[in-house]
Structure formats: C-alpha cells, structure tokens
Design a protein around this ligand. Structure first.
Ligand SMILES: [Zn+2]
Length: 235
C-alpha cells in the first residue's frame, strides 16, 4: 500500500451543514480524477484520490466504483438524498463511528464483529487514530442498487463483480463486513486488526474488514486479490 498521508490540518468531522454540499464536491472530484483512475488501471489500492481528505471517508464509494463515474448515482444514494435509499437501508452519514448504535448500518452488524470493531476503535483512539464507518450492514435493496450502478459504470457484470457483490453473496448484507476509513484508520487496522480478529479480505479493498476470530492466534488468512477470487462469490 502506498497511501500518501497529507498533513492533518482539516477537521475530522464534517459539520452536518456541509454534508448537503458534499455530493457536488465529490462529483467534481470524480469528474477531475475519474479519468485518471481509469487510465491507471494497474493499481486499485492507491489512487490520486487517496490524498484528498474528503475522499478518505469514501472508501465505500470507491468500493462500488462511484468515483470513476462523474455524477454516478452511488454518490447521491450513499449520502441519502431524496429519492434514494437511506439510512434504514444501510447508508451511513459522514462521520459515523462503530459506536453509533442508532444508525442501522452499524446496529445491524454482527454483534461479534461490532464488538471487535469497538475494541479496536478504542485502542486506535489511544494511538490518536479515529476509525470511521463508511459502510456496514446494507439491505438487499441497497446492495442491489449498488450493483446496478456498478454494472452501469463498468459496462459489464464481470467487471462490476470485482467490486460489488450481489445481495445474495455480499457479506455486507449479512452484517459480516464493514468498510472503514480514513486511510490512517485502515493503516492502523492493517497493523493491529488481527489482534482483534479483524482481517482485510480483498487485496483491492484496503477498507473492507471482516471478523476472522482465528486470526487472533494465527494472523489473518491470505487475501483474495479481489472478490471474484472469493469462493463465497461463486453462487
Ligand atoms: Zn466492503
């Protein structure tokens, strides 16, 4: 991983009043950088957007590919704009943490996964790292929407499958996966997650973590290059 971490000069939490403007900002960033991303397809773990503060919260959006398409539906739907699926379906507001019980995307996570995340987040905070949830549990409808958007963006079911699972196969729908951010949090988890049974599963998704309790004693299992390599996705 080659995250280039910028100096931490911006506030960690985006004031709620600014959230309404975020889709435009993100769409603009996508418009500028989307083509660079497409042009440099060799690496999916580090992109120019990683250096942008506002983008570091948006691992989940990268996961379903919304960044690559200027104005893609994913940007707006994930932020819960009118007409889109909202928090009840698993969209999480900016600044959500693993302690936000009232948010369904957090509350509906597997209790063991959530417990491990809370322990890790507490210890990360002691190291000066705050862990945010970019996406957690998702309803089947939300997952289906993400998949539709990915297929539309990538042009094929096969390419979309590298990033977005179906409602039947996604560990997000079963509450067994979480996408965390920003990059200092994923870096912290990369170094310490196994102590809590929290493992990165896919090489192309440094933000996506699942619980592997055996990792506490035996370290995390080898990663799949991307979800298409995961036998769970072969349904
Ligand atoms: Zn994920």
């Amino acid at each position: 991983m080659t995250y280039s971490e910028p100096a931490r000069t911006t506030p960690r939490r985006v004031p709620r009043i600014l959230v309404a403007g975020l889709p435009l900002v993100i769409a603009a960033i996508g418009a500028v950088l989307g083509y660079q991303l497409l042009a440099s397809s060799s690496s999916t773990t580090a992109s120019p957007t990683d250096v942008l503060r506002s983008e570091e919260h948006r691992g989940a959006l990268r996961e379903h590919g919304a960044l690559g398409a200027p104005g893609a539906l994913g940007e707006r739907s994930a932020l819960g704009e009118p007409g889109a699926l909202g928090e009840a379906d698993g969209a999480v507001p900016d600044g959500t943490t693993v302690f936000d019980d009232e948010i369904p995307g957090v509350a509906n996570l597997d209790p063991a996964l959530l417990g491990a995340l809370r322990q890790a987040a507490t210890d990360a905070a002691d190291d000066g790292v705050e862990l945010f949830v970019d996406s957690g549990w998702r309803s089947p409808e939300y997952q289906e929407q993400l998949l539709r958007e990915a297929v539309s963006e990538y042009g094929s079911q096969g390419e979309a499958a590298r990033w977005v699972a179906t409602p039947d196969t996604s560990p997000h729908v079963s509450g067994d996966a979480v996408d965390v951010g920003p990059s200092d949090a994923t870096a912290w988890l990369s170094g310490h997650g196994a102590e809590y049974g929290l493992c990165q599963i896919y090489g192309n998704e440094p933000w996506h973590y699942e619980l592997r309790p055996e990792a506490i004693d035996h370290t995390c299992p080898p990663m799949y290059a991307d979800p298409t390599q995961d036998p769970r996705m072969q349904q």
